[in-house]
Design a protein around this ligand. Structure first.
Ligand code: 6GU
Length: 225
């Protein structure tokens, strides 16, 4: 998979992709992530990337020209499955969408900033809009890092068997059951007996019941879906 990220703040992506799973995926060549500075594509003499909103109001709007220039350049090089725009005014991202995007070959992710991008970019180039939750971030960069992480960890070869994505919270629509490791007794805090029983059937039943109980308590809305 190849992911091209368009941003006004490339520095924000310096560390998130340099540790743990994503770092390994990049090293193994399972995916390639290219960060593009939108400012590099501005043709105006001040390298402008934003301007006041027509009609007035506080906040700057990201201009069409530099963003279109990168998108056209990239689209001439390969076919993109989706051109995604990160914005708080979109449907909220869910695991199902991560699963779907992980099957794509080439993705562009445009990070919004300030008041967002000129609507004409959304109308003419964007194929998908993503918000990561009902709160407002300074820009789409951190949200894009979240989305990329959720996609890349699903690529074949990134997770080992022990860390299989199939047992993740949300993958089956439920929250994960509690987990424990050694020692079995820490200062009198004991691990549930069933987990030490060696009875796989009993253990799976216990985990499933815990998942349902915890989901009922913390996220009952997930059980309705
Ligand atoms: Cl994608 N962008 C911004 N700026 N804020 C957000 C968001 C995205 N998702 C939730 N809040």
């Amino acid at each position: 998979m190849r992911i091209d990220i368009l941003t006004l703040f490339p520095e924000l992506f310096e560390s998130p992709f340099r540790v743990s799973m994503i770092k390994r995926a990049l090293e193994k060549g399972l995916c390639e992530i290219d960060i593009h500075n939108i400012r590099d594509y501005s043709v105006d003499k001040h390298k402008s990337v934003d301007d006041y909103a027509f009609g007035g109001g506080a906040g700057m709007v990201m201009m069409v020209q530099p963003i279109e220039a990168i998108i056209l350049k990239l689209k001439a090089e390969r076919n993109y499955d989706e051109i995604i725009y990160m914005t708080p005014d979109a449907r909220v991202y869910k695991q199902k969408e991560a699963n779907r995007l992980s099957l794509c070959k080439n993705l562009i992710i445009l990070c919004g900033h300030y008041k967002g991008v000129d609507q004409r970019i959304r109308d003419h180039y964007i194929t998908r809009e993503i918000s990561i939750g009902d709160y407002v971030l300074t820009g789409g960069e951190l949200a894009a890092a979240v989305v990329v992480d959720s996609i890349v960890r699903l690529l074949p070869g990134v997770l080992s068997d022990e860390t299989s994505a199939l047992t993740d919270s949300h993958q089956d629509g439920l929250l994960s059951p509690p987990v424990y490791t050694r020692p079995a007794n820490y200062k009198g805090w004991k691990v549930p007996d069933v987990l030490l029983s060696g009875n796989e059937k009993k253990i799976n039943e216990w985990r499933e019941n815990q998942s349902i109980e915890i989901t009922r308590k913390i996220r009952p809305d997930l059980l309705d879906e």
